[in-house]
Design a protein around this ligand. Structure first.
Ligand code: GLU
Length: 448
């Protein structure tokens, strides 16, 4: 049976997982032809099956004394090249299929970073939106009480993702330390004064901009003076805008789940400070920006509509930094029609397969998430190194390493795409290079 059909028949409801698997399988056919040992060892069938799935009840009490139950998950997908590594997502859309897609992507992403990290992902369908600090704390403590049995600094090292930032990592770490009686680097994205790394909050956004700069440089171009569409307004979007401003690009959009801001004059440093305060301290909505800056407009977005107007503005660059499948075929066609040159994915799998085909058919420089957003997990890897050495590197040192890693990932993808006869196809480059590294390690380690 075809492997995608097999995956579908085993778990028919995991649509996003099927999508992520199908994309990788499509890219790696030529690698399997060149490496018959990958076929004989049944690597593909093994790589699509998580090594371990942990699912657990998370009971917690709200401020009124009412008891709630959420579902907690950790997918330990692949440990061929290092301990399981990947974020935790707290969002009502979370289910097994979403986390399996994220864990699957993480395996190849982590392989591309050149650091020794396997792939994992976890989270819960808990919605932190509108919850008090005390409720978030009680939820995190209950979640970690169970998860702490399964993770460890040499086993599985979670981090943040959507809905899990510095606050949640703090509460999770506190509970892990209490129940295990260990102060170790079991989580990344920690606070700076208790084992965190400089540049970790910035890393995904900065990395995605560095990746776009590399793609443009490969064509003799740069970000200077270019208009950029950014989606999202969380950690990734904020630091994408920060680096864009620093490199002379003009971010004109950002969004939340209700709508988006279009600021024709561009977000500058002062406006970005306002966004950071609005989102991170006040936990407000992006619509407030248009009240503060009248030159900007707020446009509500209907999630059921056949396209998102955010992607229908004239711009040279697009940085989807919100969530999966946020750019469909029509959005991609709108971007192409409006002259987009480069798309760099800060989010995981933000473009549908039809959207990806549209970009590739029009020779857009398209950096898929598993390459373009690998900066976040890379600096997590650097945080792990610093924890192991019980040392901390300076901001400049970490940023230099991050830039070097993003440059290397870009070169690996570019060279691999070229070697396999599809120049500038970063999808093939990323999938093939990531897969080949993990597959070879699996062969070396036998049938386990
Ligand atoms: N959640 C991020 C990602 O998708 C970061 C994971 C990590 O730092 O472990 O790559």
């Amino acid at each position: 049976m075809d492997i995608v059909d097999l995956v579908k028949s085993r778990d028919p409801n995991e649509r996003e997982f099927h999508q992520a698997v199908a994309e990788v399988i499509e890219s790696i056919k030529p690698v399997l032809d060149r490496n018959p040992e990958f076929r004989s060892a049944n690597i593909v069938e093994r790589i699509v099956e998580p090594e371990r799935v942990i699912m657990f009840r998370v009971p917690w009490m709200d401020d009124e004394g009412d008891v709630h139950v959420n579902r907690g998950f950790r997918i330990e997908m692949n440990s061929a090249i290092g301990p399981y590594k990947g974020g935790l997502r707290f969002h009502p859309s979370v289910n097994l299929g979403i986390l399996k897609f994220l864990a699957f992507e993480q395996v190849f992403k982590n392989a591309l970073t050149s650091l020794a990290m396997g792939g994992g992902k976890g989270g819960s369908d808990f919605d932190p939106k509108g919850k008090s600090d005390a409720e978030v704390q009680r939820f995190c403590q209950s979640f970690m009480l169970e998860l702490s049995r399964h993770i460890g600094p040499d086993t599985d090292i979670p981090a943040g993702d959507i809905g899990v930032g510095a606050r949640e990592i703090g509460y999770l770490f506190g509970m892990y330390k209490k129940v295990r009686n260990e102060f170790t680097g079991v989580l990344t994205g920690k606070g700076l004064n208790w084992g965190g790394s400089l540049i970790r909050p910035e890393a995904t956004g900065y990395g995605s901009v560095y990746f776009a700069a590399e793609m443009l440089a490969a064509k003799g171009d740069s970000l200077e003076g270019k208009k950029s569409l950014v989606s999202g307004s969380g950690n990734v979007a904020q630091f994408t805008m920060e680096k864009l401003i620093e490199l002379g690009s003009i971010p004109v959009t950002f969004s939340d789940s209700s709508g988006y801001i279009y600021d024709e004059k561009g977000v500058d440093r002062e406006k970005l400070d306002y966004i950071m305060e609005l989102k991170n301290v006040r936990r407000g909505r992006v619509s407030a920006y248009a009240e503060k800056y009248p030159e900007a407009v707020y446009i509500p977005v209907d999630p059921e509509a056949d396209h998102n107007p955010l992607w229908d503005h004239v711009a040279h660059c697009a940085f989807p930094s919100a969530t999966q499948n946020e750019i469909n075929e029509k959005d991609a066609a709108n971007l192409v029609k409006n002259g987009v040159l480069v798309v760099s994915e800060g989010a995981n799998m933000p473009t549908t397969p039809e959207g990806v085909d549209t970009f590739l058919d029009h020779d857009i420089l398209y950096g898929p998430g598993k390459a373009a957003n690998a900066g976040g997990v890379s600096v997590s890897g650097l945080e792990m190194s610093q924890n192991s050495m019980r040392l901390g590197w300076t901001r400049a040192e970490v940023d230099e390493r991050l830039q070097m890693i993003m440059k290397n990932i870009h070169k690996t993808c570019l060279d691999t795409a070229e070697q396999y006869g599809t120049p500038f196809n970063y999808v093939n480059g990323a999938n093939i290079a990531g897969f080949a590294k993990v597959a070879q390690a699996m062969i070396d380690q036998g049938v386990v």
